[in-house]
Design a protein around this ligand. Sequence first.
Ligand SMILES: [Zn+2]
Length: 405
Amino acid sequence: MSAPSLNVPALPGPTVAFESSSSGGAPAPPDSSPWRRLLVFSVMMIVGAVAGVFLGDSLTGPWTATDWALLAVATPVGLMLLIAIHEAGHTVAGSLAGFRLQHVSVGPLKMQRTPQGWTASRSQHGVFAGMSHGVPGPDLQAAPTEVVRRARAIRLIGGAAANVFSGLLALGLAALPVGETVETAALVFGIMSLGVGFVNLLPLRTGSGFITDGARLGPLLRGTPEANRDVALATVRAEAYGGTRPREWSARWVERMLTPRDYGMTDGSTRMLAYRHALDAGRTDDARAYLAEALNLLDRLPRAQHGGLMVEAAYFEAAHREDPEKARVWLERAGGGKGASIPGVPSCASGRAEAAVLLAEGNHADAHRRIDDAESALSEHPVDGTTVAEQAWLRDLARRMPHRP
Ligand SMILES: [Zn+2]
């Protein structure tokens, strides 16, 4: 589990070549991009709508301009309803299987559980996307991996099952004598629902990394080592989202998410989580070993992960190795310095790294300023496990400063 404190590899130097910027054919991690979910919903919307129109046309005669206008209004509403039903299905099935809802977004609305209660905010996932994230509840966190895997499978099927169920209800409604407009709307909605539900359960992957719920289901049910690793990774992430600070993440799940390695994106994520877990617990040698593993993969990781990794390399070299020169080079390669924000990196993290570098360089006045900036950036974050650790790491830096008021 923890790397031995002897023979810990040093971090690779900041001049490591990492210009070949591809994910190295690494598989996409589960639950990756909500944009891809948006894609499938859009395709299904069009297919469903067209099929519905042709069906409606054959049933009720040629469409008038009013019919088309109604369709233009009803389609986004129906789509939002499809997404809401899908996410509600994941949520209900998930809570029956032992998950606790952490956040759910439908269209532009995101509801998030925080230690202070539920908050509403604007979703960053796009207007026609949905996402539901469940945290394994206390029973599941203590359960064997197979049990968690089965529970995840139930949660996964819930989304499509809800679409199929609501689709059948809508088709049932369309068969009743409820008036032409309602019949047509119910018919289109029913077809769209069944389409989304069935396509979502097919094991589909595309070259761009899109993966349906159905494609995640097979490995979960078969219990491949990768599926077990992904269960562990999701559980650790869930603890982080849930407000648990890194040193209190379950060591059992942190250990299990580390293998099998993929030498790509998943390793990038698991190493960075393990790094935070070790760093927050004061195990700096272990933290260095995980950070080194991630940095050695830099040329296989997507660009979006580079900034965050290099910022941690700068922070670690400055705060724990006290090598200001190396630290400065890492910071500059990340695109940081002089208070600059770095794409894809929370400003509290880049501010912490820069403050550590300035402190190691002996520039206390600017280090003070960066710590203050990072603290005010943190105060605007929703509270999660990483926020709590960030606060502690900033306080730790501040304590090392002479003349801190
Ligand atoms: Zn789903």
